[in-house]
Design a protein around this ligand. Structure first.
Ligand code: HEC
Ligand code: HEC
Length: 495
């Protein structure tokens, strides 16, 4: 039924938005910039990158088992759809949507939603809302993989217009008030939530809006924004896999998330919470959630691997790629973590789409200041770089589409910029993942979004000529012979 369907993605988005506040708002330039797809192909080969080392930060210790339990059961989501309404629309989840380790309340709720009791009205309201796994889990090979980024969410729909329909399912005033709170906040962020295509999230755009609506010292919600609002254009962001966090010193593509990672992760609750004590209650267990995230390892490649070819590929990789992406397995210390260099590569060198890292929001400073002066900033900071983290490549076979904006459908194309499609589409069915190609089965299209007038078809097109969607850059694999490229690809299966 469609009447409630919009509410759930809206909340997932808000959850992420708050969490992923910082990726671009801190840019020094501040003003929005046009994407220049041709910008830096030439810079990529210019010797050593002027890379930026990201130092580590002390993390609060946590208990991974308690963290998993909290992740799949607790009410950090903060608000949601009253269960009374939810249960009139949805039945028990199918068996393949269920996760182990859930409490009795959540036993029949799908993995990406959590049912809990809110804390803001008398006695609380029994609600259902999306949890972190709405974006940070995905189906691969028929299994739910916790930590794998979901690249099939559709955030292109206009979320706000159908709220009244959900209200018609409720009679209890507390429940109506709870839904109304969610709807009001959804309306506040709605102009900022619509990307051009299915599969990417507008997450990084929205935190600024949420910060603007919360008092910096009390965290109380204000219907009137207290800070200037950012531009509405939703910069597309691909959800990264959680298993990278055991190696990465900072969170996010631009290394914006510094200091205590648990405190940054729990910023997700900014959408719903209205007071410091509420934030403190969630913060009390988020070190456990962070500890769980850090225990995750990449899934092993399920196909066959040609070991001889892979070891030849390792030599090429270590000569061509390791200076940025590190070394793995036996050639790295302690399983490879110690050999991961934690580098951000300036846009001028990596030359992938610049928008996310170079000023997609024009009021940058005010949002960073809000964060740093708020409860969140007590032990965490936002510090964005004008470049992109060279990520650990563990489990890279499973994480297409590639680059921070999800602009490249298959792994071989990352290593050959001339093979990347300008306009492409896919079915968004998880079963269309091509293990051998290490990416999505896709269709190369002759024309882009402008040539398609049907909005339902248009939103299925990844158009790399659009602002923020460029697939240019990262030409480090272009000079490889085709044999060497094949060998590197085989090696990447082993990571
Ligand atoms: C609507 C989707 C969405 C939801 C919900 C969401 N996230 Fe994210 N998450 C993202 C995106 C997109 C990024 C990448 C943002 C960036 O780097 O600019 C990200 C990045 C992260 C990272 C950093 C990964 C890295 O490699 O730097 C962590 C850790 C994380 N999220 C944890 C969480 C937790 C914990 C929750 C729940 C409290 C959550 N996220 C909810 C979309 C989401
Ligand atoms: C100068 C540093 C540098 C070198 C050398 C380099 N890369 Fe990268 N790589 C990056 C950066 C930075 C990104 C992130 C780009 C973005 O998201 O916009 C990246 C992204 C990637 C990705 C996509 C990750 C994802 O999840 O989207 C893959 C795969 C990759 N590199 C493989 C390689 C391989 C293989 C080589 C060697 C042929 C290589 N890289 C050489 C810096 C480098």
């Amino acid at each position: 039924m469609r009447s409630l369907a919009w509410l759930l993605p809206a909340l997932a988005l808000a959850l992420a938005a708050a969490c992923h506040a910082a990726s671009h708002e801190t840019s020094p330039g501040g003003a929005p910039e046009a994407a220049s797809p041709e910008a830096g192909d030439d810079a990529a080969d210019a010797g050593e990158p002027a890379s930026i080392y990201i130092p580590g930060a002390t993390q609060r210790p946590g208990d991974p088992d308690a963290g998993y339990a909290a992740l799949v059961n607790d009410g950090y989501v903060g608000c949601g759809i009253p269960y009374t309404a939810y249960s009139q629309v949805y039945g028990a989840a199918a068996a393949d949507q269920l996760l182990p380790g859930r409490n009795a309340t959540n036993a029949t709720i799908p993995y990406d939603l959590t049912r809990f009791t809110t804390t803001d009205v008398d006695g609380g309201v029994d609600v259902v809302g999306p949890n972190c796994l709405a974006c940070h889990a995905a189906i691969l090979g028929g299994q739910i993989v916790v930590g794998l980024g979901n690249t099939t969410n559709d955030f292109t729909v206009n979320l706000a217009s159908e709220a009244a329909l959900a209200q018609a399912l409720l009679t209890d005033p507390n429940e109506i008030a709870e839904l109304q709170k969610f709807v009001d906040r959804g309306n506040a962020i709605e102009p900022y939530t619509v990307p051009l295509t299915v599969g990417v999230t507008p997450a990084d755009n929205i935190a600024a809006v949420l910060f603007a609506h919360h008092d910096v010292s009390t965290l109380a919600w204000s219907d009137t924004p207290l800070l200037p609002l950012p531009p509405t254009y939703a910069v597309p962001v691909d959800v990264p896999p959680w298993w990278r966090m055991s190696k990465k010193h900072a969170m996010f593509y631009t290394a914006a998330g510094r200091g205590d990672h648990a405190r940054i992760m729990m910023t997700a609750s900014t959408f719903c919470i209205d007071s410091v004590p509420q934030a403190q209650a969630i913060d009390a267990y988020f070190p456990d959630v962070r500890a769980f995230v850090e225990t995750l390892a990449a899934p092993a490649y399920p196909g066959t691997i040609d070991a001889t070819l892979a070891s030849r590929g390792q030599l090429v990789f270590e000569a061509t790629c390791s200076r940025c992406h590190g070394t793995y397995g036996s050639s790295g210390d302690a399983g490879g973590a110690a050999a991961y260099p934690n580098l951000v590569i300036p846009i001028a060198d990596v030359a992938t789409d610049p928008v996310l890292a170079s000023g997609a929001a024009q009021f940058a400073g005010v949002y960073v200041q809000w964060f740093d002066q708020s409860f969140y900033g007590q032990i965490a900071q936002l510090d964005t770089q004008t470049g992109y983290y060279a990520p650990p490549l563990d489990g890279i076979w499973a994480t297409a589409p590639f680059f921070h904006n999800g602009s490249v459908p298959q792994l071989e194309q990352v290593l050959d910029s001339t093979a990347r499609p300008t306009y492409w589409t896919r079915t968004f069915d998880p079963s269309a993942y091509d293990i051998a190609a290490m990416g999505w089965t896709f269709t190369d299209l002759p024309t882009g979004q402008d040539a398609q007038s049907d909005p339902e078809q248009k939103k299925l097109i990844y158009d790399t000529t659009k602002l923020g969607y460029s697939s240019a850059g990262h030409t480090y694999g272009d000079a490889l012979t085709s044999d060497d490229r094949t060998a590197v690809l085989e090696y990447l299966k082993t990571l």
